[in-house]
Ligand binder design. Structure first.
Ligand code: PEP
Ligand code: MG
Length: 498
């Protein structure tokens, strides 16, 4: 059965089994037929374990035989089946059934039966442990996640096990979508409910999700997926244009080099912060930035100071809104981050950039803060720039004469200018495209006049219909997710062949 994809947020073709996530982020495990299978599997393992124990412990044969009979008791099976049919997980069904059993015995006056309660607890433990191992062994198989929404923190924690994601809601410039494109994880919006463990295919090339696959489809997609790594993903020669990458972790850097990017135009450092539920120490941060700088060595790497708020949340920082108030309210966090960056700048290939700047005063305030940190420890000051992503900064562009470089963040900028949210910025592109290009021409002229280097790191840099226009007005540095290298190649090739 083929379902049409409503919106492709990250491309790819994958085949796998569905894992469902409910709104609280917990997996829904209670698919009755799968749970029953798991119960029988755990029961068989438990019997084998008891039989092994009987061979090794002859003096405990009687006791172990009682346990064996309990596990195989048809009444236990009947009870467990009944609970599972009410959508309970196998492990809960076993515990509930055993509780019922125990309640019956505890009313008995027989000491012998009373003593059997301990055996029941022991047996319950054995089956539950085996069920947990079955769940865990399943958890490490990569899966296709089905969820209403997907958030960056979930992705960061689970990305190694996620083959692809089907959501009910989501937009192209949401951070989860940006990260999926960075990691080549297909992410699609489909209006349908999926069952736990059902086998599906996501094929963004055809714009479909396939369920209830027949043998031919299964075979076809197994081969396709196995061969998919042979894509040619290298930057073509691109003259005096810079092909830069947006990254969220040091793991992304290998691909930045493999794909032939010229450097990193945006390192979203807040994504590293999401890996822990406490602030990183100075040493931990130093190690991360130092490894990144080492990896890029003779290419530039631009770290953006942490940009928390909106859909990017940290458990240890209360920030409802993005912006420099988060630095003022958490001065230690900012100071430590900047200090760790400056200490790591051993090849002078680093740039530091501030997000959500609204005025020149804000920029100078942060630049001075960085200078004080550098001075205190006698560290070099790298080039310092800003994101241009607020309406206020765009209106005040002429005032930013002291910045070393500017990177245009079209995700936030277009949301603010055209009252879009990250979910519909691409769909509504035609409505605001020419106005945006006109406004950016002013920025290009300002940068040209003041010798300020200019790039674009918002997602529009990898949308051909507008990225071509950016090229035409002279924005030569585009920073995109690593997986968008082929889009950059085609934008450049189209441009020079015109
Ligand atoms: C942007 O706003 O365009 C940008 C690159 O920043 P982020 O997407 O991380 O908010
Ligand atoms: Mg932004």
């Amino acid at each position: 059965m083929r379902l049409l994809i409503k919106n492709i947020l990250s491309n790819g073709c994958v085949l796998g089994n569905v894992k469902k996530m409910n709104t609280t982020g917990e997996y829904v495990k209670a698919n009755s037929s799968k749970e029953l299978k798991r119960f029988y599997e755990a029961r068989d393992i438990t019997i084998k374990q008891i039989q092994e124990l009987k061979k090794e412990n002859k003096d405990m044969i009687d006791y172990l035989t009682i346990q064996e009979l309990m596990v195989l008791d048809p009444n236990l099976e009947i009870e467990v089946k009944a609970f599972i049919s009410e959508k309970m997980s196998a492990v809960d069904a076993v515990k509930k059934s055993m509780e019922k059993y125990k309640a019956g015995l505890s009313n008995s006056s027989s000491t012998y039966l009373q003593e059997r309660i301990l055996d029941i607890d022991d047996v319950t433990h054995r089956i539950a442990n085996n069920l947990t191992s079955i769940y865990n062994s399943k958890e490490i198989h990569p899966y296709i996640l089905s969820a209403d929404n997907i958030y960056p923190s979930y992705l960061i924690a689970n990305k190694d096990n996620i083959l692809g994601i089907i959501v009910k809601n989501g937009g192209y410039t949401s951070h989860a979508a940006i990260m999926c494109r960075g990691w080549d994880i297909p992410l699609v919006v489909v209006d349908a409910d999926f069952d736990e463990d059902e086998t599906v295919v996501i094929d963004t090339g055809k714009g479909i999700v396939i369920r209830e696959l027949d043998d031919a489809e299964l075979n076809d997609y197994s081969n396709k997926v196995a061969n998919r790594l042979s894509y040619d993903k290298r930057a073509v020669l691109h003259g005096d244009y810079l092909f830069l990458a947006n990254v969220s972790s040091n793991e992304d850097l290998k691909r930045v080099l493999d794909y032939g990017f010229d450097g990193v135009g945006l390192y979203r450092t807040e994504m590293i912060f999401m890996n822990t539920d406490r602030p990183y120490t100075l040493e931990e941060q130093y190690q991360i930035y130092s490894d990144a700088v080492e990896c890029m060595k003779d290419k530039s790497i631009c770290f953006r100071t942490f940009d928390i708020g909106d859909d990017k949340k940290l458990s240890y920082l209360n920030a409802s809104k993005k912006g420099i108030d988060n630095y003022k309210n958490n001065p230690m966090l900012f100071t430590q981050q900047v200090k760790a960056m400056l200490m790591a700048n051993k090849y002078n290939n680093m740039r530091i950039m501030f997000p959500m700047i609204e005025s020149n005063e804000e920029f100078i305030y942060l630049k001075n803060w960085v200078s004080r940190i550098a001075l205190e420890d006698n560290l070099n000051i790298p080039k310092i720039g800003m994101m241009l992503e607020t309406k206020e900064a765009l209106n005040n562009i002429e005032s930013f004469k002291l910045v070393d470089f500017i990177s245009i963040g079209t995700n936030d900028l277009t949301s603010e200018l055209y009252k879009l949210d990250r979910d519909n910025a691409i769909e509504r592109l035609d409505e605001y495209k020419s106005d945006l290009v006109d406004r950016l021409k002013i920025v290009v002229n300002f940068c040209h006049k003041n010798n300020i280097s200019l790039s674009i790191c918002g997602e529009l840099a990898s949308v051909p219909s507008i990225a071509n226009l950016f090229y035409r007005i002279g924005i030569k540095n585009l920073s995109v997710s690593p997986s968008s290298i082929r889009t950059l190649n085609s934008i450049y090739t189209d441009f020079i062949n015109e």
